[in-house]
Design a protein around this ligand. Sequence first.
Ligand code: HEM
Ligand SMILES: *[C@@H]1O[C@H](CO)[C@@H](O)[C@H](O)[C@H]1NC(C)=O
Ligand SMILES: *[C@@H]1O[C@H](CO)[C@@H](O)[C@H](O)[C@H]1NC(C)=O
Ligand SMILES: *[C@@H]1O[C@H](CO)[C@@H](O)[C@H](O)[C@H]1NC(C)=O
Length: 511
Amino acid sequence: MWLLVLAFFVLLFYYYGTKNHDYWKKRGVKYDEPIIFFGSNLSHIIKKHSLSERFYELHNQYPDEKYVGYFEATNPAILVRDPELIRAILVTDFRYFHRRGLSPHKQDIELLMRNLFTVDGDAWKLLRQRMTPAFSSAKLKAMFPLIVERTAKLSVIAASFAEKGEEVDVRNLIARYTTDFIGACGFGIDSKTLDDEENEFRSLGKRIFMITTRDILVQLLKRTFPNIDFFKHLNIFAPEIERKTLSLVQQIMSQRDYKPSGRNDFIDMMLELRQKGKMVGESVDKRNPDGTPKIVELELDDQLIAAQVFVFFAAGFETSSSSSSSLLHLLAYHPDEQEKVQKEIDEVMAKYDGKLCYDAVKDMKYLEMAFKESMRVMPPVGFLVRKTAGNYTFPGTNLTLEDRTGVVISTQALYDDEKYFEDPKSFKPMRFHPDNKFRRDLFLPFGDGPRACIGERLGIMQALAGVAALLHEFSVAPSKSSKRYPDIDPTSTIIQNVLGGLPLLLVKRKK
Ligand code: HEM
Ligand SMILES: *[C@@H]1O[C@H](CO)[C@@H](O)[C@H](O)[C@H]1NC(C)=O
Ligand SMILES: *[C@@H]1O[C@H](CO)[C@@H](O)[C@H](O)[C@H]1NC(C)=O
Ligand SMILES: *[C@@H]1O[C@H](CO)[C@@H](O)[C@H](O)[C@H]1NC(C)=O
């Protein structure tokens, strides 16, 4: 009897695990052979390849296809290779691709998943509309003194390593700067508190980036069985992260009496946006009988603000520290390029009385070119994701994607393709000179279209400020444990992490 029950469950599991496996075959799309439950290719799950590397390989395994099918757990998804179709997805046919589709549920989405990066539908539309002005250049300029304050601290820490002549993991060094920057600009924490290593904010930061077995299990269950109620109530982010973020944000807002304090940090920005009242706008998917979009509204309450402050941390932290440390790594191995960058930094700083400021960093054009090139050679985020909203037929093909099909673009593979970037393996900042021609539309470190990175300018300016502060005083060089081609941590999901960090030598410059 028990054996029969067991056999029944095995069959049920098998059915659930494989029921979609001929999906792409039926549609005449080449695809990666799936494995029960794990979908295409176990290698990410058994930790041999990062997600980004997996998409890179899938892209390169089918050089003649416009798109390739694969499976996310049991769900069919598609990787798009063709530049024209990529443009359609991100920009021209955006109305069919406004979802990122990272939340497994449509309703009752947990607090922290209601951030701009992971939220979809009308809540995304209303938040994006309301938050866009908060990232204007004027706001960024007002925030800049907080960034400069943190670069000074960065120089002090760097000096202590340079004196001892010890190698330093620049990934770690920059991560400390980025955490401080997010503490100061994101959470509105003052610098005295930030200098205390044991503060509440640091412990929250550590917990956010710690992925526990619980987290992995919850993700797998929620994605494989999106319709089972019990799993709906499991949070993707551990409950203590949610509790701590909300209470930290509420504490700071009430200290300010829920009014902007003049510090010009992210909490001030959110308090300003909250004062404008309810968010109102046209729906992305609900329509009136006459076909016009319905008008929808949403309150920007404490919870929604906490979720946005959280994304500032999650979306801004690793991207910024990974991209600036990769730039330092590449400059250490390209001393001629480093010299050019330093010459420009020195010249610009001299123009501004040796002080770093917003306008000074904006003048560092070669540094910005080198930064872009480093994001091409070592992309911090190697792929973009969307999910269809409605049935969509790719122009010039007979392939119709059903509503809620996952779509992915391997930017890492595009950057490494000599059709689009000449001599792709080489680090050549000059390729980004405004006079040089290349497929700019395929260089997408911040994505593209209405769902592109909202923090692009902030991310660039913060990264350049940190690197400029360092290279003004120090040079970087390979050290005994540096690796020219660092290995990628196979557990990396969205952001590419390097194994063993990026150890380099910091040498005080002679002036
Ligand atoms: C060098 C630094 C950064 C890089 C490389 C980066 C990269 C990206 C990428 C690739 C996306 C997805 C775009 C797409 O799907 O088309 C994204 C989205 C996003 N990023 Fe960044 N980012 C950086 C810094 C920041 C910072 C500092 C913030 C601070 C708020 C931020 C906030 C966001 C948000 C909220 C989204 C989601 C936007 C939406 O869905 O509407 N990012 N970022
Ligand atoms: C899985 O991916 C690796 C490289 O990413 C590839 O060599 C291998 O053939 C793939 N296996 C299957 C079953 O698709
Ligand atoms: C998509 O097409 C299917 C039939 O292929 C249909 O049942 C479904 O209602 C359509 N969905 C939308 C959102 O139009
Ligand atoms: C689409 O299907 C039609 C009829 O089956 C066929 O004639 C046409 O060549 C197909 N187009 C493409 C781009 O595959």
